[in-house]
Design a protein around this ligand. Structure first.
Ligand SMILES: Nc1ncnc2c1ncn2[C@@H]1O[C@H](COP(=O)(O)OP(=O)(O)O)[C@@H](O)[C@H]1O
Ligand SMILES: [Mg+2]
Length: 224
């Protein structure tokens, strides 16, 4: 009787895993779709309108200058969008490196040319975890850094790994958002069923947001 029960439970468990995996894939596709639509298609459309206006403004140097300023900043946004989408599509190669080395490289890769720095700090000794756990945590950090630059106009992002005997704490803090807006943003983040939430739930990690020194401070706690 018990073995029969165990089979049913295993089947249910596998169905649950398959359902969750499908949900995460769906959500990743939706997030990339939104990024392509909002950040690329819309900005490209505006960019072509600006080109038309530029054509007509040949005798108005002040207008040309202001258009160019706007176009340059939109172009930067588009470049960082393409970069972010391509990074999401690239597999995470974590097999050969320790987690802290992978995250350090990620921080370096996500720095915005002349526009944003990502500082990496590690304290304590790394404890070995499975590749699957490392991949989820890596993607969570990637999205948190991406969010900081996209939503908060941050100049600096700090990524801290703190290893204790039985717990890994990851902090991602930015110096972006204005204080007054932050509670609203935190409420928005907490209510959204995004990949941050799905990934942390999948590995039983705890994700929380609060106001940091200047901007948002996201904390992930994972019991090793
Ligand atoms: N670092 C941040 N600073 C300020 N607001 C943020 C930050 N990260 C996220 N947010 C807010 O939370 C919302 C939800 O974020 P997210 O679920 O990642 O969705 P998306 O990035 O696709 O908008 C964002 O639209 C933004 O308003
Ligand atoms: Mg996001």
């Amino acid at each position: 009787m018990f073995s029969h029960l165990r089979i049913i439970t295993k089947q249910k468990y596998e169905t649950e895993i398959a359902t969750r995996t499908a949900e995460v894939c769906e959500q990743i596709a939706r997030e990339m779709g939104a990024e392509i639509h909002d950040e690329l298609i819309q900005k490209l459309t505006i960019f072509s309108l600006h080109l038309d206006r530029l054509d007509r403004a040949t005798n108005h140097p002040a207008e040309i200058e202001s258009l160019l300023l706007k176009m340059r900043s939109d172009f930067q946004g588009m470049v960082s969008s393409v970069r972010s989408i391509s990074r999401k599509l690239m597999p995470v190669n974590i097999m050969n490196d320790s987690f802290q080395v992978s995250i350090k490289l990620l921080c370096k890769n996500l720095e915005q040319d002349g526009q944003g720095q990502v500082h990496f700090e590690n304290s304590g000794d790394e404890t070995e975890t499975t590749t699957q756990i490392k991949k989820h945590l890596y993607r969570v950090v990637q999205e948190l850094i991406h969010n900081a630059f996209k939503h908060s106009a941050a100049w600096h992002v700090w990524v801290r790994l703190i290893w204790k005997k039985e717990e890994l704490t990851i902090e991602v803090e930015d110096d972006g958002s204005a204080f007054s807006m932050l509670q609203e943003q935190i409420a928005r983040l907490e209510s959204k069923h995004n990949t941050l939430k799905m990934r942390t739930q999948a590995i039983n990690a705890h994700l929380s947001f609060r106001q940091g020194e200047k901007g948002l401070l996201a904390t992930v706690k994972y019991k090793i």
